[in-house]
Design a protein around this ligand. Sequence first.
Ligand code: USQ
Length: 382
Amino acid sequence: MRVLILGGDGYLGWPTAMHLSARGHQVTVVDNYLRRRLAMEEDVEPLYEVPNLYERCRIWYTVSGYKIKSYIGDVIDWNFINEVFETFAPEAVIHYAEQPSAPYSMMNHRAASLTLMNNLQSTLNVAWAVHKNVPDCHIIKLGTMGEYGTPNIDIEEGWIEIEHKGRKDRFLFPRQASSLYHTTKIQDTDLLWFYVRTWGLRVTDLMQGPVYGLSTPETELDDRLATFFNYDELFGTVVNRFITQAVAGYPLTVYGKGGQTRGYLNIRDTLACVELAMLHPARSGELRVFNQITETFTVNELAEKVARIGKERGHNVVIKNVENPRVEQEEHYYNPTYTGLKDLGLKPHYLTEEVLHGMFEKVEKYAGNIQKHKIFRGVKWG
Ligand code: USQ
């Protein structure tokens, strides 16, 4: 299949590109290095350096014999992205090209504005580029579980049937996010749903939880094929952060009471989910939604798991409840449905002791690179 990956240089984009390329798909990647630029501006570069995107593609070719074509350019630049779609004519497009950090989006007005403009404009351009050049192309959009928030009712897989005054209809499940970043994802969903209804686009919205991990079958082939690994407050997700903190002897930063529950998944499962969605496309005129998680944990549970394995490996691990810089519920009901991807054949990789040991092993290798001042800066929501 001809597949276009937008945001193909990112934490998930690059491993996805290799994964699909290794399965014989014709992969083209686009990226404007936004994530690299923001990390540099904010002094939060990843744990180790990775080659630039052109070089990554060259190394991938040398190692695997498969070619990935890359374009450096901005999805919000209409002329650029329109031309990419016209030239490559993808059968599927995977849209990761967004500012992905909740704390970054809450830092100041400039960061909020960049997040809003970038995320919405890129989604708008994807819808237009598909409509104009390849109307049958399947759009796979990375959404987020955070769109739903933490409602006091079960979370359905995207849709809910509502009976009101004796009549029934099916609606998008109510959304109420707790960061500006997450709110832009809600707006993305609304934009796409509008164009699905109006133009008959085919769209899959993957409501993904926080991802952890740094190893996929393809990154294991050569150290230079590794993905970014951030452990800072802006771009590091919580499990990746806790493991790095444990290795650095920095107390694990549990925000507030630590009862915040989220659905998590291994980076390997992100790749599998995206591939499954691609191999089983949505119908024309369908917005299909999957909740992309494999298990749920509270922050306290994650801290305890990481502390246990960290201690086993000889690290001095302490758990510390710090004042929560975010505005979020710290104790709440959480019961999401996530059967759709399993029904398509997903075989989850759970957060086992073995997986944690594997992550520790990698991070320990780069322990000398950890800069403790990058770990906590306390970007406040209020
Ligand atoms: N947390 C801590 N201590 C920390 C860091 C985080 O207690 O040092 C807590 C947060 O308060 C939150 C939970 O851990 O309750 C998850 O935080 P996170 O930073 O791992 O994830 P989040 O900010 O929600 O965002 C991440 C990705 C984002 C993706 C989202 C999925 O950065 O791109 O969309 O996970 S979800 O959370 O399901 O919306």
